[in-house]
Design a protein around this ligand. Structure first.
Ligand SMILES: [Ca+2]
Ligand SMILES: [Ca+2]
Length: 263
């Protein structure tokens, strides 16, 4: 094979690779806004743990014993085991934590670079406080498919109502032992399973929280308590640029060779 045809072959391969990447990877800048919609003086939330993912990691199931991953969210909010389990099960997921307590009426925003083709699904988990072991999160890992196959955002927001709040079933309800109002050192194992539960929040009414306000649940089943909103902006992939530049440089070299031969 001549030097020229070898170069042409390489250029064609680079072009094919470039086209292939453009079809497969869909890099997108996703901005996530979280809002605590609970009535003033009511629920607060620990940091939100989130992951843009391939839909394969299922952190818990209604009616089953909670594992250490979701318990690390539900019983203290820190979620270290949840993050580690997610990373092990779905290494390509884009994970994050929107930190700090989120009080009623509060909101926070964070942005993530996501390949919407590889990670079209969204999973989240956060402890509700005060509580012993209450949390919000999606049971079905494929419940929230944010992106279609063309990379278009399909979900503008996820709203959580009081009826959607989970009790991990891992710690006995006891205001004296609850995070944010009691002494965590007093907590006791519950030995139950994951269930829906918002009624027990009324048991904290009148107690002083760690933030100094007097708790008042005011929750009915249909009360909105949390919203996660999304906006997305596609971004060109650096790899695509690099391949295009390499291809252009190769074409320039080829043109110079042709010119030299023709002369
Ligand atoms: Ca599940
Ligand atoms: Ca419990």
């Amino acid at each position: 094979m001549s030097s020229l045809s070898r170069t042409t072959t390489r250029l064609l391969a680079a072009a094919a690779l470039s086209t292939g990447l453009a079809a497969q990877a869909l890099p997108t800048q996703v901005t996530v806004t979280i809002e605590n919609l609970a009535p003033a003086g009511g629920l607060a939330f620990a940091p939100l743990h989130l992951a843009f993912n391939n839909g394969s990691y299922d952190a818990f199931n209604l009616g089953q014993v909670a594992g250490t991953a979701i318990v690390s969210v539900a019983e203290g909010g820190a979620g270290g085991a949840w993050q580690a389990a997610f990373a092990a099960a779905d290494p390509g997921a884009v994970r994050g934590t929107i930190g700090g307590p989120l009080f009623a009426g509060g909101s926070k925003t964070a942005s993530y670079m996501v390949d919407s083709a590889a990670n079209p699904f969204f999973t989240f988990a956060a402890m509700a406080i005060p509580s012993n072991d209450f949390f919000i999160g999606n049971d079905n890992p494929m419940a929230h498919r944010l992106f279609d196959t063309a990379g278009q955002l399909q979900v503008s927001s996820i709203t959580v109502q009081a009826r959607d709040i989970w009790d991990a079933g891992s710690e006995v309800f006891d205001p004296a032992a609850s995070a944010f109002v009691g002494d965590n050192g007093l907590r006791a194992d519950q030995g139950s399973v994951v269930a829906f539960n918002f009624a027990e929040f009324a048991g904290y009414n009148g107690l002083t929280t760690g933030a100094g306000y007097t708790f008042n649940s005011q929750l009915a089943a249909g009360t909105d308590v949390y919203r996660i909103s999304f906006t997305a902006a596609p971004v060109p992939e650096p790899q695509t640029y690099a391949l295009m530049l390499a291809g252009l440089a190769g074409l320039g070299w080829l043109a110079r060779r042709r010119q030299a031969r023709g002369a």
